[in-house]
Design a protein around this ligand. Sequence first.
Ligand code: ADP
Ligand code: MG
Length: 291
Amino acid sequence: MPKHSQHRTRGKYALDADDLEWLESTPETDDGPPEGDRWSTWDQSTPTEKGPKPYPDWLVTELAAVDTEHGVLKTGKEADVHLISRGVPGTDRVCLLAAKRYRSSEHRLFHRDSGYLEGRRTRESRMNRAMANRTAFGKQVIAAQWAVAEFGALCRLWELGVPVPYPVQIVETEILQEFIGTRDGYAAPRLAQVSDDLDGLWEQLVAAMVTLAREGLAHGDLSPYNLLVHDGRLVIIDLPQIVDVIAHPTGPSFLDRDAHNVATWFAAKGVPTADPDSLAALLRKEAGLSL
Ligand SMILES: Nc1ncnc2c1ncn2[C@@H]1O[C@H](COP(=O)(O)OP(=O)(O)O)[C@@H](O)[C@H]1O
Ligand SMILES: [Mg+2]
């Protein structure tokens, strides 16, 4: 029996019409929810696999909740992002989540697998061998590692007050996070598609990058495609390759590249204060890399 279904204890012959209807609608063999695509996975994650407390008010944590798939927001080389709703049937308790699912089974290599993974080794030599040989098991390990890395980065940045989607939970290769978009499921545009209030967005971005740099971090893949704009607010996404700029052998170059990618874009759009070299210099200074 699924843990969510009700157990009724009644005398053997005490079934009335309601009970019979209930029995028919919930056959013993079916572990799925009465509606939706799966039971909420909230209780499948341990406390450390859930986002930082306090859990936001909007987040549905009820065990009776079900998850419903609403389609793919984007398919990518390494992961697909799906829109799902999590709600308690028969109530108005519902929230929208973005489910980022890292792929492990296909014949593809992460474009981020090489340089970024330097210095990140698992203790198990069997895993290291499997990862090096790209066996199916090795790919599963790599996909799960990217998911863990991104979830950890989201939690860390959320707690620093950097604008990122709230990280709800991680289950194996799937990360559930706050959906950035409208209540009826339209995803926020990427910065690349935005032309309003670029001066304000630039200021928000510099502030966020400075906070990261002070922590010794670079996003590592920052671009107008990994920044969403919702209600005038900039939100940073896509963080699996976040780089420790002090420990990584070529850490400072990631800081410079992030700075150039975004400042060049803002400068081309006519934001007067956007300058790639001065942003790179500022970030290096904040990270304590230049004297
Ligand atoms: N939390 C989110 N809310 C809304 N849309 C999202 C969210 N996360 C990702 N997306 C959408 O999915 C796209 C791909 O997500 P991203 O994390 O950048 O993965 P990829 O590695 O495929 O680039 C984003 O450009 C954005 O349009
Ligand atoms: Mg991306």
